[in-house]
Unconditional design. Structure first.
Ligand SMILES: *Cc1c(COP(=O)(O)O)cnc(C)c1O
Length: 394
């Protein structure tokens, strides 16, 4: 099997699983308990908190554990909305956010908030001038993702953070695709809140965190016990949090090496696909791009059909994001960067990890060439195109 869907989820690293195991079977005590079986769990949670804080250049008490990226996104937006509605009810985000942000914004709109959804350029980058123009006296939050999960574009986070700071507005970033893959330092980038998720960087599913800068008002997300400094009730997911911390530490240590390796395979894939498959287009920014992201649109084919045929060859990829596959709606991200519906339906994302090889990349390209050619042979659109041509396409 060739796994190239690491933006959907990653394999939990074996050493991360090893670090987690004792917290199921030996140190299973409740971290709130007074006896030592419980305090082992508590210590491990604080160790994970320290590890994550150190990667971000943050303080330990600024890290709040959650059940993943979606919860962290929901919490950040709903908490700011509730705690700062006295100042205003306007939020700025983008059209290319993950649904965890977009659907939360829609929910807030139903509850009296106004949301501006910034567009992006062909390459998926937010325009700083447009952002500044959207700022109003009643704007309470700017939430813009660090890097896009579908097209891999990395946003100008430092400039966005500086802009938010200049206007005295809180800045949240969904860094689920970036944390563990790119250097993320909250002070240098002027980030006030940040979401991340373990299973996107070699940690377990169902464990993530929200970073909240000291001084930002944070409302409780779950009411109950006093866990997470009274903000997020419920007995902690100790093994999950331990795995999250171990994965964060490991990712920080190996980041430069991993990124270089993934970029080499990414660029090899991009070069070969562009030169060997006609009528394709690279989606996302060519250089401001996640090290492991490849996203192409192929004209005259359905991305879903490409995926099924790749799967028959043991290759796992994705068309659109995992959260939208299964639904027939074209990806909102691809529409936002200016693709038409046909181009958006014909997209393929391959997302790499350090485990992928150049040999795998070559095998994928060879299979992809055959698959796209075969699907085009069966396409009436392609047949028409060959007969009559189409303005604007050579
Ligand atoms: C995966 C993802 C999420 C959701 O994270 P979960 O841990 O799966 O809830 C949010 N935002 C982005 C950009 C993602 O890629």
């Amino acid at each position: 099997m060739i796994y190239m869907d690491n933006a959907a989820t990653t394999r939990t690293a074996p050493e991360v699983v090893q670090a987690m195991l004792p917290y199921f079977s030996e140190n299973y005590g409740n971290p709130s308990a007074v006896y030592s079986l419980g305090s082992a769990g508590k210590k491990a949670i604080n160790g994970a908190r320290r590890a994550i804080a150190s990667v971000l250049g943050a303080k330990q008490e600024e890290i709040f554990f959650t059940a993943g990226g979606s919860e962290a996104d929901n919490w950040a937006l709903k908490s700011v909305a509730e705690a700062y509605s006295g100042k205003g009810k306007h939020i700025i985000t983008t059209k290319i956010e993950h649904h965890a942000i977009l659907h939360t914004c829609e929910y807030l709109e139903k509850n009296g908030f106004e949301v501006t959804y910034l567009g992006v350029g062909r390459d998926g980058v937010v325009d700083i001038g447009e952002l500044e123009a959207a700022i109003r006296p009643d704007t309470i939050l700017i939430s813009i993702m660090f890097a896009n999960n579908e097209i891999g574009t990395i946003e100008p986070i430092e400039e966005i953070g500086a802009m938010a700071q200049k206007h005295g507005i809180l800045f949240h970033t969904d860094a689920v695709q970036a944390f563990g893959h790119l250097p993320v330092r909250v002070d240098e980038l002027h980030i006030d809140m940040l979401s991340a998720s373990g299973h996107k960087f070699g940690g377990p599913k169902g464990a993530g965190f929200l970073y909240v800068r000291t001084g930002v008002k944070l409302r409780s997300f779950l009411h109950g016990g006093a866990q997470e400094r009274d903000r997020r009730a419920g007995t902690e997911n100790v093994p999950g949090i331990v795995g999250l911390g171990a994965a964060a530490a490991k990712a920080a240590e190996t980041m430069a090496e991993r990124a270089a390796r993934e970029e080499q395979i990414r660029d090899h894939l991009i070069r070969r696909i562009e030169s060997e498959i006609p009528y394709c287009r690279l989606n996302g920014h060519r250089t401001k791009r996640l090290p492991g992201n490849v996203n192409f649109s192929f004209r005259f084919v359905e991305g879903e059909s490409v995926l099924i045929m790749l799967d028959m060859k043991g290759i796992c990829g994705s068309s659109g994001s995992a959260c939208t596959s299964g639904a027939l709606d074209p990806s909102h991200v691809l529409l936002a960067i200016g693709l038409n519906e046909e181009e958006a339906h014909g997209s393929l994302r391959l997302s790499l990890s350090e485990e992928n090889t150049l040999e795998e990349a070559d095998f994928v390209v060879e299979e992809l060439k055959k698959i796209v050619a075969r699907l085009r042979e069966m396409s009436p659109l392609y047949e028409d195109f060959l007969k009559y041509g189409e303005p604007g396409i050579k």
